[in-house]
Design a protein around this ligand. Structure first.
Ligand SMILES: Cc1cc2nc3c(=O)[nH]c(=O)nc-3n(C[C@H](O)[C@H](O)[C@H](O)COP(=O)(O)OP(=O)(O)OC[C@H]3O[C@@H](n4cnc5c(N)ncnc54)[C@H](O)[C@@H]3O)c2cc1C
Length: 225
């Protein structure tokens, strides 16, 4: 099947599944750094099920794609024109169950940080000014001001290229400085992330710490990561 036929099929599949998309979009208008060429399909699923179904479709048709959260850790060059770009920003499912918080991959990390602080869950105060989604942060082992993904992620739900879904534990993610096994191998996409909510802290102290971190972040021009 040729590429134009695949693109027609993709458009039909998106319409059928009622998934939001735009055609021929400049990545400059969509990315954090306002960089990049043009993407034929800008796709924005609004829940995990939609994300999963479109990725399975793309894998099954061998259509290459870019997946981004807030793109705060991506630099697209002007002549980079991916056929398909998927934004996870609306995949924001959220569940809390005793000692575990489960977030869709597009959940905003600062929002998670705020939620934890206001509910007395410690370990998340340093993430308060860090832009991005939990999926992007979990892959990159993002960290700041004493909070780091490798210490709070319990597991990730991974959709593999063969269409199967597996869970990778913290240990299996093989976290290193700003890296993980997923960053090195690019072997699937994160659908959701499970976080440890068992660490309790004093709400006032955590708010104070977060406020201090936020203020400090505003004073620095460049962050060395
Ligand atoms: C002003 C600023 C300050 C920053 N400060 C810090 C800091 O203090 N500490 C720090 O660690 N980082 C920092 N960063 C980097 C960045 O914010 C983090 O790496 C963040 O976690 C990236 O999240 P994102 O959603 O923007 O990921 P994106 O940039 O969208 O994606 C990053 C990578 O993850 C992949 N990806 C995204 N979502 C998925 C998914 N669901 N499944 C599979 N792959 C996926 C993308 O393909 C890409 O390769 C900063 C960035 C900016 C712009």
């Amino acid at each position: 099947m040729g590429i134009s036929e695949k693109m027609n099929e993709l458009e039909r599949a998106l319409k059928k599944a009622n998934i939001t998309f735009e055609l021929n979009v400049s990545l400059k208008n969509k990315t954090w750094l306002k960089r990049g060429g043009k993407t034929n399909f800008w796709i924005q699923p609004n829940c995990k099920i939609q994300l999963q179904s479109i990725i399975v479709f793309l894998y099954s048709k061998s259509i290459q794609f870019e997946i981004i959260g807030y793109s705060s850790n991506c630099y697209f060059t002007e002549n980079y024109n991916p056929i398909v770009t998927i934004s996870t920003k609306k995949v924001t499912d959220f569940e809390i169950d005793q000692n575990t918080i489960k977030c869709g991959c597009g959940y905003n990390l600062m929002k998670l940080s705020n939620y934890c602080i206001n509910n007395g869950i410690s370990g998340y105060e340093g993430f308060i000014g860090l832009p991005g989604t939990v999926g992007g942060a979990a892959i990159n082992n993002a960290g700041s001001y004493g909070s780091i993904m490798s210490e709070v992620v319990k597991s990730v739900e991974l959709l593999k290229q063969d269409g199967t879904i597996i869970s990778l534990t913290n240990k299996e993610l093989e976290y290193e400085h700003r890296s993980s096994v997923l960053k090195k191998n690019n072997n699937g996409i994160i659908l959701s992330v499970e976080f440890d909510a068992s660490m309790k802290g004093n709400i006032d102290k955590m708010r104070e710490k977060a406020e201090k971190n936020k203020k400090h972040r505003k004073t620095i021009k460049k962050i060395h990561i």
